[in-house]
Design a protein around this ligand. Structure first.
Ligand SMILES: [Zn+2]
Ligand SMILES: [Zn+2]
Length: 136
């Protein structure tokens, strides 16, 4: 049996859990069928292997989550103070109010408030499509 290294963390966790449960079941069966030492040892090995596999996968998963706590490309995670101040302002693109601060961004070119969804349209309409995406 060989395990591909390219497994996603979720399948690695599921695999480790399944391996651990299989080993646990084998240990229980071996204990019930008294003195079946070979099944007991095999079950114990599976159990330990499953625990190791599971903890390794969980550790890798936790490390990935720590490195990327939020989507770094999400404009709402940048400059929280400026975002809060946009609540109640009128969107420069569609003319409607920005109800929640998290719905708004300010244009880096003209500093006008705009909805997150309207910002790209405003940029293309007012500043031209050649301007690099400045909304953060
Ligand atoms: Zn808008
Ligand atoms: Zn602008």
């Amino acid at each position: 049996m060989s395990y591909p290294e390219s497994q996603t963390s979720n399948s690695a966790i599921a695999f480790g859990g399944a391996l651990m449960l299989t080993g646990l079941a084998a240990v229980v069966v071996a204990t019930g069928a008294s003195h079946d030492s070979r099944t007991f040892i095999l079950g114990g090995l599976l159990l330990v292997g499953g625990v190791v596999r599971l903890t390794t996968a969980l550790a890798a998963d936790a490390r990935r989550r720590r490195e990327h706590p939020v989507d770094p490309d999400d404009p709402r995670w940048h400059d929280g103070i400026r975002v809060v101040q946009l609540a109640g302002k009128t969107c420069v693109d569609c003319g409607r109010r920005i109800i929640f601060g998290t719905d708004g961004v300010s244009c880096d070119v003209c500093h006008a408030p705009a909805h997150v969804d309207c910002a790209e349209h405003h940029l293309a309409q007012v500043h031209g499509p050649e301007v690099a995406f400045p909304f953060r």
